[in-house]
Design a protein around this ligand. Structure first.
Ligand code: G6P
Length: 327
């Protein structure tokens, strides 16, 4: 064999790859960015919605739920992944449900203003959203919304939002916000959530009335749609069957929405399979109860860091303290 041939083969058989960021076409020709980390984890972000639609660990396992019926066609928001709810969560205002950020096309920003703390990640993308003239009619405020989606070397997914009031006439504005994260679970009846016990919540299924959660970890046997208030910075979603625990770490986001539509509502949603409620749970880091107010020139930051770790078992039982207090 010629040494020439050996030279061409060598790079192809190499197993390690460096972090990469690739812009390509996704479903229906929509632009998407694929982030890849050297150990094999990856994430996909659609410019439509600034929407993370996929997050895979280094074994290639999908960690986010995306409906098989998701519609990748503006103006419909994509069902699954991580929709961004801004400048309004739910129906809490005059805008359409969850605001407009999730159904606008964002732009890649090559050189955003520097972050105060540098991320270790080399696989990241910076997006920016500014209001159109049409948006200004329904929400008359100038803003710059910068979103960085980053994949850490260990496969953690980090989303950082920086929202700045750029109104020139001295007007403040207020907004509510959520990272509407759909986690993929093996079976909703095998899942429990820790970190929200004993907290107050507003129940969306009971006119947003305020209740206090009991002392046990949350488990699921029917529709749930609750806004937990003043939540800790760390919440764990434990999937017994998969032996996997998702840890949500958040900053600047005091509230947490927990949502599963269950069977009846699932059937009523055109972009959601009838049985898919079994395989998802939304735990949404949010700022809802106390809207964020920004004066002109002010910037708000809200960050979430998601990790997926093997559940630690202790004589057949999970040890919640280890999950919540561990690093
Ligand atoms: O159907 P969407 O507009 O995407 O909203 C889906 C869900 O989002 C949140 O979790 C709300 O608390 C729910 O009330 C709502 O049903």
């Amino acid at each position: 064999m010629s040494s020439e041939k050996e030279k061409t083969i060598a790079p192809l058989s190499s197993s390690s790859s460096s972090p990469s960021v690739e812009l390509c076409k996704g479903i229906n020709g929509l632009d998407k960015v694929i982030l890849r980390e050297s150990r094999g984890s990856s994430a996909e972000v659609y410019l439509y919605g600034g929407h993370v639609t996929s997050w895979k660990n280094d074994h290639g396992e999908e960690l986010l739920f995306l409906s098989s019926k998701a519609i990748f066609k503006p103006p419909k928001a994509i069902r699954g992944g991580i929709p961004i709810c801004f400048p309004q969560f739910g129906g809490l205002g005059t805008l359409d449900q969850h605001g407009f950020a999730r159904n606008r096309t964002w732009t890649i920003e090559d050189d955003p203003p520097p972050f105060p703390t540098n991320t270790l990640s080399k696989a990241f993308v910076d997006l920016i959203l500014k209001p159109s003239e049409e948006d200004m009619k329904s929400w008359p405020h100038s803003f710059e919304y910068r979103l960085r989606v980053a994949l850490g070397p260990g496969g953690d997914l980090m989303l950082t939002s920086r929202i700045r009031n750029t109104n020139s006439e001295g007007k403040p504005f207020s907004f509510t916000f959520a990272y509407h994260t759909y986690f993929s679970v093996s079976d909703i009846s095998e899942v429990r959530v820790e970190g929200l016990e004993t907290l107050d919540y507003l129940d969306n299924l009971r006119n947003k009335e305020r209740f206090t959660e009991q002392g046990d970890a949350l488990t699921f046997e029917s529709e749930v749609d609750k806004i937990y208030l003043s939540t800790p910075t760390k919440i764990a979603i434990i999937d017994h069957e998969k032996k996997r625990t998702f840890v949500v770490r958040k900053d600047g986001l005091p509230d947490a929405v927990v949502w599963n539509p269950w069977d009846k509502k699932a059937k009523a949603m055109a972009d959601f399979g009838d049985d898919e409620y079994k395989y998802m749970l939304c735990v949404e880091a949010a700022a809802i109860e106390k809207p964020i107010t920004l004066k002109p020139g002010e910037e708000w930051k809200g960050r979430v860091e998601l990790s997926a770790v093997p559940s630690s078992y202790c004589s057949g039982q999970l040890d919640p303290q280890r999950v919540l207090q561990g690093s």
